[in-house]
Design a binder for this molecule. Structure first.
Ligand code: ZN
Ligand code: ZN
Length: 207
């Protein structure tokens, strides 16, 4: 599958490169500090060679996993082998879903991840999986499979739960500035403002 070559500059505060990889068309993001070249990879999803090329000369500080579903970590082993100094983080509630050895860094809600002069805040947003997290940056939020254009991610039992994902989205995401750009784990970017409009409807729809 041809990788989409896309990069966005957010007011000079952070740079975001997206690559669409693997059979489930996962969106993986290389987020970097324009001043220092320090970077994090959000979801080592698949096609490690594509992700390594996207990282290029940037200094990879960490791999941040949005959740434990297998399509989001197929390239994790290869990325860890290639960038030996980068740490790997995931939420403790999803650790059992990762292949051994599980990620060594365990996220807590509200934790700040620093790379160069940039920061992302960890938001624990259970519902798609118990340990799903989002990463909030300046004017952007990376939502994994918690929020897509048009609604919340799938909530299949036993790990998924629809009332829980709605509560997470309402508590952590709906209050963000409407212009906040949403970068999901699959598909195209949207904004918080575009998704707020549908919230009541999803709630009534019940899935
Ligand atoms: Zn998922
Ligand atoms: Zn997924």
């Amino acid at each position: 599958m041809a990788a989409m070559e896309l990069e966005w500059d957010h007011q000079g505060e952070i740079l975001v490169r997206r690559r669409r990889v693997g059979p489930f068309d996962n969106a993986a993001y290389v987020v970097s500090c324009p001043d220092t070249g320090a970077a994090v990879l959000i979801d080592a999803a698949n096609e490690a060679d594509v992700l390594v090329r996207a990282i290029g000369d940037l200094k990879l500080v960490a791999v941040l996993e949005t959740h434990g579903h297998a399509d989001h970590w197929q390239a994790l082993g290869a990325i860890e082998a290639h960038f030996a100094s980068a740490w790997v983080g995931a939420h403790p509630d999803d650790l059992s879903m990762f292949p051994p050895p599980p990620p060594a860094h365990h996220f807590s809600h509200g934790e700040i991840i620093t790379f160069g002069n940039c920061q992302l805040r960890v938001l624990h947003t259970p519902g798609h999986t118990p340990g799903s997290v989002c990463f909030l940056g300046p004017g952007v939020v990376f939502t994994g499979d918690t929020l897509f254009p048009g609604g919340p991610g799938a909530t299949r039992p036993p790990l998924g739960d629809f009332p829980t994902i709605l509560k997470s989205i309402r508590r952590e995401l709906m209050g963000l500035d409407p212009t906040t750009l949403v970068y999901p784990g699959h598909g195209e970017a949207t904004t918080i403002g575009a998704e707020v409009a549908g919230f009541e409807e999803w709630e009534q729809r019940g899935f």
